[in-house]
Every structure is written in structure tokens, then in C-alpha cells.
Design a protein around this ligand. Structure first.
Ligand code: GLU
Length: 281
């Protein structure tokens, strides 16, 4: 089987060395086996994404010598696909509207001393889970904004939890445990999808069979595996790589202006010197 990998940045800032490392690992995995390396813009948050950052992704990858197989998939072109998935989950009574604001959730979590913490922070206390249909209709009629949340208990009852596994290259099969995440958001208030939903569907629709991404997303894979089971999507193999840190040992982020590929280029570094900085071989 041909290996299909991808690099999926969010164009909300400039790429840094950590992104270059991730892209380079995925590029090598594809090219060394005669496979495909795809590029996807995870640009669902239209308020934070900028065309100049998307342009910079193309420029930086090309400068590093990392060519991709067209077409580039832009998530913002596919909101209809995500809406169709949400309708499918809604028809099966697996999602519900949540009208809570961040503030209300934080207040509710603070009120209850025993509020559980999941891998993504405090677990949603379930305030809107059991709203009556008439209450919901009233809120819709008032024009109140809402997110859509997965009912985790119902979702887990629809799958065989012991079969929720994925292959982590170099480690073997990992058993997933999505329950501690609680009722995760599958469509944000103004966005009508979420990272988890869009990334899971897009990896499947693009035929990606080997996902290479940072260790920071390892926990998310437990959710993605559950969504694959619920939506009848294939499960790729995964490799979650270590994160590149700065001289003080802190993880690089989009705030580290000196470590952006653009600034390294402007300082006069050559592509092979940058490739050496992220040398993993
Ligand atoms: N868009 C995500 C990011 O830039 C990466 C998603 C993924 O690789 O699954 O952090």
C-alpha cells in the first residue's frame, strides 16, 4: 500500500522550526517509500487565519525543498461536509446544542469542588445535556448562539470500546480511552465545526494512511479514533513525534519569532543549515 502522509498547519502565524520538523518527517516518510505528501490548511477559524500566513506556508515549504502533491485542501472550502457529518450524528442523537458561555462553564466548574479534569482541561459539567426540547426551541428562537457537543456516554454505548485502538509506530497498538474528555465540542459557536471533527474527516477523505504530528496531539488521537468508529471512517497509523524546544528547553510556539522559518531565511541561513537544525536521522 502506498504511504500517504500530510502536513496540516493552521495559517494563524508563521511556521517555526517545530513545524518544519513535522513537515519534514512526513515528507521523508512519503518520499522514501514512493508515496504521497499532502498539504492541508486547517483554516476553520476565519477570524484568526490570514491569507499572508497561508502564502508563507507555501513559500517556507518550497524554500525547505519539501514539495507536496496537489491539490491543497483548505478546510474553509468544506464547511458543508462538516455540517453533513453533524447532521448524521444528530440523527443518531449523539450530539446536543450547548448554549453555555466559557464564563458560565468556568463558574459551574468552580462551584463544584469535584469537577473532573480531562486531558483537555476541566470536563464540561453537562449543563445543557438534558435540556428539554421546548427549552432548546426557546433558546433557538431567542437567537442564542450554541456549540454542538458529543454526548460521550451515548457515543461510547454505540461502539465496542475495547476495539478503539490505533497503531503508534514504534510502540504498537494503543488502547483508547475517550471517556475522560467528557462531552467534547464538535462544532464551535461561530465556526460550525471543530478541529477534532474536521481533522478526522479530512484525513479519511484525503486517504491519509499515516499521520505524523507532534506529541502534543497524542491525547486528541483518542477522540479521533472514537469519531472514526462513529462515522465509519478508516483508522490511519500514527507517529507522534517529540517537540522541538528552544535554548531554555521550552516548547516552540508561534510566539517565538526568532525561530520562524521566515526569520531564519532573513538572517541568511541556507535551507540545508535549517534542515540540519531539525536533523532527526
Ligand atoms: N492544525 C494543527 C496544528 O497546526 C495540526 C493538526 C494535526 O496535525 O492533526 O497544530
Amino acid at each position: 500500500m502506498q504511504t500517504i502522509t500530510r502536513f496540516a498547519p493552521s495559517p494563524t502565524g508563521l511556521l517555526h522550526l517545530g513545524h518544519a520538523y513535522s513537515a519534514s518527517l512526513a515528507w521523508h516518510a512519503a518520499r522514501e517509500s514512493g508515496g504521497q505528501f499532502l498539504l492541508r490548511m486547517e483554516d476553520i477559524d476565519l477570524t484568526r487565519c490570514r491569507p499572508e500566513f497561508e502564502e508563507a506556508v507555501y513559500e517556507d515549504l518550497a524554500w525547505l525543498g519539501l514539495d507536496w502533491d496537489p491539490p491543497v485542501r483548505r478546510q474553509s472550502d468544506h464547511f458543508d461536509d462538516y455540517t453533513a457529518l453533524l447532521e448524521k450524528l444528530s440523527d443518531r442523537d449523539l450530539i446536543y446544542p450547548c448554549f453555555c458561555t466559557r464564563k458560565e462553564i468556568a463558574a459551574e466548574v468552580n462551584r463544584s469542588n469535584s469537577a473532573p479534569h480531562g486531558p483537555e482541561g476541566p470536563v464540561y459539567p453537562g449543563t445543557c445535556r438534558d435540556m428539554t426540547e421546548s427549552e432548546r426551541q426557546e433558546r433557538f428562537a431567542r437567537g442564542d448562539g450554541y456549540a454542538l457537543r458529543l454526548n460521550m456516554v451515548k457515543a461510547l454505548a454505540r461502539v465496542v470500546v475495547s476495539k478503539l485502538q490505533f497503531q503508534e509506530v514504534g510502540k504498537g497498538y494503543i488502547q483508547c480511552n475517550p471517556a475522560p474528555f467528557g462531552d467534547i465540542v464538535l462544532a464551535r459557536k461561530e465556526i460550525s465545526t471543530s478541529y477534532h471533527l474536521a481533522v478526522t474527516f479530512d484525513d479519511a477523505i484525503q486517504g491519509v494512511n499515516h499521520v505524523i504530528r507532534g506529541q502534543d496531539l497524542f491525547a486528541s488521537t483518542h477522540i479521533h479514533r472514537l469519531l472514526q468508529a462513529l462515522l465509519d471512517l478508516p483508522t490511519p497509523s500514527y507517529y507522534h513525534h517529540g517537540l522541538i524546544s528552544d535554548a531554555k528547553g521550552r516548547r516552540l510556539s508561534k510566539r517565538d519569532k526568532d525561530a520562524t522559518i521566515k526569520s531564519l531565511r532573513e538572517y541568511g541561513y541556507q535551507p540545508e543549515e535549517v534542515r540540519k537544525m531539525i536533523d532527526y536521522g
